[in-house]
Design a protein around this ligand. Structure first.
Ligand code: HAM
Length: 419
């Protein structure tokens, strides 16, 4: 350890080239949303604690174990956001976006916080890009979101992402399923806490990751056998739209996710190269969330993609990190006069749209050429006092080693043509 302080447990720094790769991941996730007309929204990174308690669900792991909650000096109970959907819906209602043309389509990108047990792919500070469609029950919106997520992973070159799909049913289907599930769960030998959960929120038990519980759940009733005709029709439309869009998916009738607000469509994107934290993204429909947080009926559907895990997935597939191309031209001045001249050259190049950098600190030729190689540039501009006296600079192709004297007056035009 070189310094007294380290990044807090469960967090990490993104340094180049992973820093650029993270930016590129977020951009790739946003690109399909932009081309589908989604508007960009930002909300604060903390909210009133009650928003998450009510929105995400009192009996979820997120709310009971994982929130960074604190009381401010002024006595307000606030929480660093563990997720983005409840805040976005809060902002939509507060800003009356739901009173304008519907549906409202939004995307966002930011930091989220969960006090989880850290491991590879599971952090206490992580980064998501999310999308939400509010004000429509049209199953085409559910399908659109899945397609846009798959397009984002494709843009990044990932081939190992699988789509898991389920329906949790609406208020029409849920009560009968809940009762059947409770019946089944009451017949199992469970610990006290899980027994309490059976009575309070039996669907949460399905999300219990302990192997012995998963084994005991093997014969549990499946929600898909309890869907009402309209819930079933909704689900079938989503499935057929995905098939028509060429998106492969796997029906997973056991899929439940860690948030209580889901109704009907539920999906998760998983990558098998990541070990136990395999979900690179997920989402679904949440038609009752608005009422839960005190708003009018306002159906919604959305997803969030995990940028950290997506970056790990790129690495697991051995793909070149995106966004790490570096500069195009690197200037190597020899001597003070050349350094001042090169400073002017790179300033002009940058203003002309050519990414450029320059060796600094009066480095000798050898060190400066090493820096040029490391910079990712295709061309180096080597210039010494004698070159300047003759009104030329040496343009060196760093791949072939070929070098050519170019008049300083034509240099910028020449380089712009080359890169
Ligand atoms: P979520 O499944 O909790 O959903 O999170 C979405 C994604 O964020 C996960 O699939 C994962 O890639 C990433 N993620 C979650 N927790 C962590 C963590 N501790 N470390 C690293 N990555 C993590 C939601 O957050 C919902 N708001 C999604 C949604 C939007 N549903 C409807 N609209």
């Amino acid at each position: 350890m070189n310094a007294e302080f380290r990044a807090p447990k469960g967090t990490f720094d993104l340094v180049p080239p992973r820093g650029e790769a993270m930016l590129a991941v977020r951009e790739a996730m946003a690109a399909p949303l932009r081309s589908a007309g989604y508007g960009y929204i930002e909300t604060p990174s903390f909210e009133e604690t009650a928003l998450f308690a009510r929105g995400v669900g009192e009996s979820t792991d997120i709310v009971t174990k994982e929130m960074y909650s604190f009381t401010t000096r002024g006595g307000d109970d606030v929480t660093l956001r563990p997720e983005g959907t409840a805040p976005v819906l809060r902002a939509v209602l507060e800003n009356n976006l739901h009173r304008g043309a519907l549906p409202v389509k939004l995307w966002y990108s930011g930091s989220y916080y969960r006090y989880e047990r850290p491991q590879k792919g599971r952090y206490r500070h992580f980064s998501q890009v999310g999308a939400e469609i509010l004000g429509t029950e049209d199953p085409a919106s559910d399908a659109e979101l899945v397609v846009l997520a798959v397009d984002a992973y494709r843009l990044l070159g990932l081939t190992g992402v699988r789509v898991l799909l389920n329906s949790l049913g609406s208020h029409e289907s849920r009560p009968a399923y809940r009762a059947a599930l409770q019946d089944y769960l009451r017949g199992l030998d469970l610990d006290e806490e899980t027994k309490r959960r059976v009575e309070l929120n039996p669907l949460r038990v399905l999300d219990d990751k302990r192997p012995e519980i998963q084994k005991a759940l093997a014969e549990a009733p499946l929600i898909t056998d309890f869907l009402s005709p309209s819930d079933r029709a909704h689900h079938e439309t989503v499935r057929s739209l995905l098939t028509a869009a060429g998106v492969a998916f796997e029906d997973d009738p056991r899929l439940v996710r860690g948030l209580d607000y889901y109704t009907r469509t539920l999906f998760e994107f998983v990558h098998d190269g990541l070990g136990s934290q395999s979900a690179v993204g997920g989402g679904g429909r949440y038609d009752g969330l608005s009422e839960l947080i005190g708003g009018p009926a306002l159906p919604g559907v959305g997803w969030a993609l995990g940028a950290d895990r997506t970056l790990l997935a790129l690495e697991a597939e051995g793909l070149a990190l995106p966004g790490t191309t570096g500069v195009q031209v690197f200037a190597v001045p020899l001597g003070d006069e050349a350094a001042a001249w090169a400073f002017g050259l790179v300033t002009t190049l940058r203003r002309e749209g050519v990414a450029a950098d320059v060796a600094t600190g009066g480095r000798g030729l050898k060190g400066a050429m090493k820096a040029a190689d490391r910079s990712g540039a295709k061309y180096a501009v080597v210039v010494g006092e004698r070159d300047l006296a003759e009104g030329v600079a040496q343009v060196k192709d760093l791949a072939t080693g070929e070098q050519q004297a170019v008049s300083v007056n034509e240099l910028v035009t020449h380089l712009k043509r080359l890169v």
